[in-house]
Design a protein around this ligand. Structure first.
Ligand code: MIC
Ligand code: SF4
Length: 646
């Protein structure tokens, strides 16, 4: 029996475990990336591990999220990360060089290598055949120190692409169709592998749009084969030597197959407030819009922006609309400037932003009250834009540009002949904004620059014998990490200060949550299914940890968040029977008797609801390693314990 492409890469990087779906495997990690909003914490954790130099083949730190700099905090974090890179052996991508996933694809990604990044959209690199995972900062810190990255062996879904896209239908519409079919939890525990004859009709930037938004499926990762098209892209980036051909075996067996005939697709939009709430643009035509935003790690490639420029050339943005465009990287920005397309965008009235995440993470450009905003981004969670009642739709660059001109939701197919855009034979290569690390011999002399907002990692202690605490919050299904730990221009500068950022924990759902936790000293959170979907931010675990949350009990978890809870030493448990969710209410006093002993012995766990008298069975499917991490009070303590017993 042959292997799928993902299975081949897992096999060649397997350090421990066996490749049986559902069992834990440890992978050797070749490359890591961080961005600045998660990076400071990841490097504080790396420092706490006491490893002098990164042990990966390549580690890169990007500055792309926290670039608004309304106070000293973000700039201090940037300097801290820059000094860490120099000292500990990492490449540093300066602010202005672009969004981590776009730059990594252009300048560093290598087909067949493994990559983990402290950002949920790290699987973008699957567009060139990398096996790439989004992870919490602590997992990235461990990988930088040479440790394995642990995941549950996923099942493999093949998305079989046939046919060819019709004019005006884009890669974004393919991934929106996959989201429509599978939903935001349909990818949990799975790797999405793209195959079939339709693959060769898609360029690398198009493939990367698709693998990028695999994160919204909840998938472990997404991957395309590495073929002649990948080779051309690598050649145009001056990196052909890094290319290898990668295909699944002919007799590979998949756990599930999803068929998509590209020729049947039409322009689609994800409607408020979830990436899987997908409708044809045709059905939304005529809705008046207020804002169009083009960019983010999903759709900010040169190819995307050249199409947008061609659509806008000689036109004017509708007076009712604000159109802003953020190129994905300095390379994209520079090439747009050199070939005149930037002039077309400016002439049409687009507001050109720096090449960062910007409005995607609520760093400026919040829409007007109840504003309708069309975005080429990947997430339209309620409130993420910074305007609580905004109506955010996710669309292709073609749909966004067409609508920006008319002022109404517009199917781009109404525009006539589409522009013919060709991938360049050669990209503009100038890595002057990437600073290499100092040689090992100079490491000692480099001083780490720590601003006053950078506070140490919160203290954790080993798990107590029993847990007894009140329910301090009860939430429903599909809670995102944006609910748990909101982002945006006001809160993001606090990412390196856990005590301060904790004041905002869950405030989008319940303003009183932080003060209630402080008063009660410890508590338990109850949630529905797919709890913790979205971002990789470990702050969604570290803030609850700081606020005294001991356990989170839900119907089901999203992959990265449950790993972050374990790493923080918070006990993540699931109801054995989902209907038992109704047997627990706010303020109930819950008890998990002998919990540390039960974890040690791998015994079933029962929850005692002392308020109602119910006994509720819970699932706690932890591996020995996970149980040991929880017992130690989190991954940092566990890693320290491990190294002291060696
Ligand atoms: C996001 O898109 O939500 C982010 C901001 O990139 C996050 C990381 C973070 O919260 O810093 C992600 O996707 O992991
Ligand atoms: Fe940045 Fe948005 Fe991509 Fe997250 S999804 S990395 S905030 S551009």
């Amino acid at each position: 029996m042959g292997y799928t492409l993902a299975q081949k890469l897992i096999r060649s990087h397997l350090l421990n475990g066996d490749m049986k779906p559902g069992s834990e495997i440890g992978l050797r990690i070749d490359q890591t990336l961080t961005q600045d909003a998660t990076g400071t914490m990841a490097y504080l954790e790396f420092e706490a591990m006491g490893i002098p130099r990164v042990k990966t083949e390549l580690s890169v730190a990007y500055i792309d999220h926290n670039t608004l700099q309304t106070g000293f905090e973000n700039a201090d974090d940037h300097l801290y990360i820059q000094s860490i890179c120099k000292k500990h052996g990492l490449y540093f991508s300066r602010p202005g060089n672009g969004i981590c996933h776009q730059v990594h694809l252009e300048r560093f990604g290598i087909p067949g290598k493994t990559l983990i990044g402290s950002d949920s959209h790290t699987p973008t690199a699957g567009g060139i055949g990398m096996l790439a995972f989004g992870a919490g900062g602590m997992d990235v810190a461990v990988a930088m120190g040479g440790g394995a990255y642990y995941i549950t062996m996923p099942r493999i879904v093949k998305v079989n692409l046939t046919g060819q896209l019709s004019p005006w239908v884009a890669a974004k519409d393919i991934i929106l169709e996959v989201l429509r079919i599978m939903s935001v939890k349909g990818g949990v525990g799975k790797i999405i592998e793209y195959g079939g004859p339709g693959v060769k009709t898609l360029s690398v930037p198009e493939r990367a749009t698709i693998t990028n938004m695999g994160a919204e499926l909840g998938a472990s990762t997404s991957i395309f084969p590495s073929d002649e098209i990948t080779r051309e892209f690598m050649r145009a980036q001056g990196r052909e030597a890094d290319w290898t051909q990668l295909q699944p075996d002919d007799d590979a067996v998949y756990d599930e197959i999803v068929e998509i005939d590209l020729s049947k697709l039409q322009p689609l939009a994800a409607c408020p407030h979830s990436p899987d709430n997908v409708k044809p643009v045709q059905d939304l035509q005529g809705i008046p819009i207020n804002q169009c935003l083009i960019g983010s790690c999903t759709n900010s490639s040169l190819l995307d922006l050249l199409k947008v420029a061609a659509i806008l050339k000689g036109k004017t943005v509708h007076p009712a609309v604000s159109l802003s465009i953020a190129p994905g990287s300095k390379q994209v920005y520079n090439m747009l400037a050199e070939n005149g397309a930037l002039a077309d965008l400016i002439a049409a009235g687009a507001r050109i932003l720096e090449c960062t995440c910007g409005p995607c993470i609520g760093m400026g450009q919040s829409p007007n009250s109840a504003g309708v905003s069309l975005r080429t981004f990947n997430r339209n969670f309620e409130g993420r834009s910074g305007t609580a009642d905004a109506q955010v739709y996710l669309v292709s660059p073609e749909t966004a540009a067409a609508s920006a001109i008319t002022g109404l939701f517009t199917d781009p197919r109404t525009l006539g002949q589409p522009p013919k855009i060709k991938m360049p034979d050669k990209f503009l290569i100038n890595d002057n904004m990437i600073i290499p690390p100092a040689p090992e011999s100079e490491m000692e002399d480099i001083e780490i620059r720590r601003g006053p907002n950078i506070k140490p990692f919160p203290d954790t202690s080993p798990m107590s014998e029993s847990i007894k605490a009140k329910v301090l919050l009860k939430v429903g299904d599909n809670i995102t990490t944006d609910h748990i730990m909101p982002a945006g221009a006001k809160i993001l500068p606090l990412r390196s200060n856990i005590p301060a950022i904790s004041e905002h924990c869950f405030t989008r759902c319940d303003e009183e949550f932080p003060s209630r936790c402080k008063k009660e000293k410890q508590g338990i959170i109850i949630g529905g299914s797919n709890y913790g979907q979205g971002s990789s931010r470990e702050h969604a675990a570290l803030a609850p940890l700081y606020l005294g949350i001991k356990a989170v009990i839900v119907k089901s978890f999203a992959r990265i968040h449950v790993a972050n809870l374990i790493n923080a030493g918070i006990l993540p448990l699931t109801f054995a029977n989902e209907s038992d969710y109704d047997k627990v209410s706010m303020w109930d006093m819950l008890c998990l008797p002998d919990i540390s002993k039960r974890l040690k012995d791998g015994k079933e766990i029962a929850l005692l609801n002392e308020t109602t008298g119910d006994t509720i069975p819970l699932h706690a499917n932890f591996t020995k390693r996970q149980a040991d991490i929880l017992l130690a009070g989190g991954l940092l303590n566990y890693t320290r314990e491990q190294s002291s017993t060696k």
